[in-house]
Design a protein around this ligand. Sequence first.
Ligand code: SF4
Length: 325
Amino acid sequence: MLQQTRVDQATPYYERFINRFPDVRSLAEADLDEVLRLWEGLGYYSRARNMHKAARRIVEHHDSKFPDTYDEIIALQGIGPYTAAAVASIAFNEPWAAVDGNVIRVISRLYGIGEDVRLASTRKRIARKADELLDRVRPGDFNQAMMELGATVCTPKTPACSRCPFQNSCHAWQHDRISHYPFKSPAKKRPHFHIATGVIRDDQGHVLIARRPENVLLGSLWEFPGGKQEPGESLSGAVRRELREELGVDVTVDQEPFEVIQHAYSHFTITLHAFFASLADGSAPPKSQNGQPFRWVSAHELTNFAFPKANRKITETLVKYDAEQ
Ligand code: SF4
């Protein structure tokens, strides 16, 4: 939770999560929907899905106890080399070097490694150096010391070299080139997409929501069906096409969206245009074309489902409309 979110924002999420899932077994036994609902708003939903899967693996393969070797830890869903090395070394004294952003900075300066740290080859080279340096008797202390050195002494902008224990052997300091390390190529500009989404209402005022596939961005969350506007296509045309492709229905779509939402993801930004739609006369009933479940729900039931942030704004508007009627 804390990896992308400030402590004060994450704390209420953490407390709700721990109250509901006080141990690994309760998390493993929970429905994914409930886990995602408690996570909703934190973003990076694959973390919640992975934690849920990892809990199940720990219950099934490790008798509900967190595994204590690097190989078993890294086999858990959602755990990569950094987390596995940090947990294995700090909690179980296994000799693995943990390489985070702080350690990358320290090592690139210490050894004058000037290649782009976005490249996997550079990161591998730095990881090898960290492994050479690792104290194999106290790997956990070593890893924490390196992280602390990067966080408190060898800081990104003005490192406190005069109190650094490595000053005499530091390449960057000796050559007065501290600002050259680490080198990171500029990030690519994030593309922007227009997404058109259709809120289909039936005669009873229920709306149709569909579940996203598990293996995509925002996987397993619920949404109003729709998708990317294609070149030369109107937004309402995009809604009609998407709903035909996803649900096999013909719909009539309002001329104007009732809500327009801007949202930024880590690798792209979107404008989400939400339109009211209804099944056209003679349309076939909705039938999922990709095997993903869909449901008709009332406005007040929308709070029971986990939605991505931009879609949640639509549900809030629908609840407001419903209350006004
Ligand atoms: Fe970082 Fe300065 Fe220490 Fe080199 S001497 S590792 S640049 S703090």
